[in-house]
Ligand binder design. Structure first.
Ligand SMILES: Cc1ncc(COP(=O)(O)O)c(C=O)c1O
Length: 373
């Protein structure tokens, strides 16, 4: 049996989600915009799912639209908030996912000015530093809720409070936070918030965007009037249904943090640094620097022994460059290349954690860089 500890990259389907997708694919083929019974069944599937996803973030269903995933949600919010106005100012953080950093880099190419606020050594971006970066012409701030590599939770509500006072659009990428900690769009005070279903045991290719009521957001996909005219295209009913079921399951969270703590305790006699250990983190993530070791070697060694982990974000593993998140936190390139991300899920067991620690005892010493032995 494989041990899967790379749940921040993606998660396996929950059996109840699989069943719901299968039933929807088999039985509900109608177009949700059609008025006949087949269409109504599809509409019901979508609207029940929207209700469930909205509940996960304490929003109202009519303020949530379905998208193709976290990447589209982030793009829709960022380009939608920026509009076509050049000469404006945008603020984000150095630890964002590429699906935020790249659209913002594109805004810069189109003439916006940009401030990227770095994190502390612990991986938190200080709210006051973000607030200090705001200018009269600032149009948009984008700040993630929890980092995908370290799990560190960011002070979004503190930043949002000031943004709202100054009528600055505040977008939050909550892809890694939702389903792992409580998320309440009103308590956060954000204008838009991105979600992705495949991080919570639903399939890839479906996400959601919360849009505060009354907010003007320019449209990113033009066509039919679906999703309250915010996102054109015939709705993907089976995937929306899957997301709805996954969101409902995610509202009831087992204590994954206890397993993460057991993992970190079990690594106590290794020469390690746990990144973000002293600040609030989502409970499933542990970013561990094995001093002097080659993380890629550890990933391969664990994989051969039946355990899936990663060196960081899925999209940057396979590349030689060290993680932009860890470098921004002040780790050296060598330290970043010695860092493993363990990301657990509701399906992780204590036996899997113990097995992983035992394997690491054997694998890590074999992965020390030559200069270190
Ligand atoms: C923080 C964060 N934002 C956005 C995304 C992109 O989501 P999706 O894969 O649904 O496009 C990811 C996925 O890795 C992520 O971790």
């Amino acid at each position: 049996m494989r041990i899967y500890l790379d749940n921040n990259a993606t998660t396996p389907l929950h059996p109840a989600v699989l069943e719901a997708v299968g039933a929807s694919l088999r039985d509900v083929f109608g177009n949700a915009s059609s008025i006949h019974k087949e269409g109504q069944a599809a509409r019901r599937g979508i609207e029940d799912a929207r209700e469930s996803v909205a509940k996960l973030i304490a929003a109202e269903a009519r303020d949530v639209i379905f998208t193709s995933g976290g990447t589209e949600s982030n793009n829709a919010a960022i380009f939608g908030a920026a509009g076509s106005d050049v000469g404006q100012h945008v603020v984000t953080t150095a630890i964002e996912h590429p699906s935020v950093l790249e659209p913002i880099a594109e805004l810069e190419r189109r003439g916006c000015s940009l401030t990227i606020v770095p994190p502390s050594r612990s991986g938190v971006v200080d709210a006051d530093a973000v607030i200090a970066a705001l200018r009269p012409e600032t149009r948009l701030v984008s700040m993630m809720l929890a980092n995908n590599e370290t799990g560190v939770i960011q002070p979004v509500a503190d930043v949002a409070r000031v943004c709202r006072e100054r009528s600055i659009h505040i977008h939050c990428d909550a892809v890694q936070g939702a389903g792992k900690i409580d998320v309440d769009v009103n308590a956060l005070g954000v204008d838009t918030l991105a979600l992705s279903a495949h991080k919570m045991h639903a399939p890839k290719g479906i996400g959601a965007l919360y849009v505060r009521r009354g907010l003007a957001l320019s449209r990113h996909i033009l066509g039919g009037a679906q999703e309250r005219r915010r996102r054109a295209g015939t709705e993907n009913v089976p995937l929306a249904v899957a997301f709805g079921v996954a969101a409902e399951i995610a509202r009831d969270r087992p204590d994954v943090g206890a397993l993460r703590d057991a993992l970190e305790r079990g690594l106590g006699d290794f020469d390690i640094v746990i990144n973000g250990a002293d600040v609030p983190r989502i409970p499933n993530t542990s970013s561990v620097t094995f001093r002097g070791a080659d993380a890629e070697g550890i990933v391969i060694g664990l994989d051969l022994a039946g355990v899936a982990v990663s060196t960081g974000a899925a999209c940057s593993s396979g590349r030689v460059e060290p993680s932009h998140v860890l470098l921004a936190m002040g780790l050296t390139p060598d330290e970043a290349r010695s860092t493993i991300r363990f990301s657990l899920s509701r399906f992780t067991t204590i036996a899997e954690i113990e097995q992983t620690i035992a394997l690491l005892r054997d694998i890590v010493p074999r992965c020390m860089r030559k200069s270190e032995v």
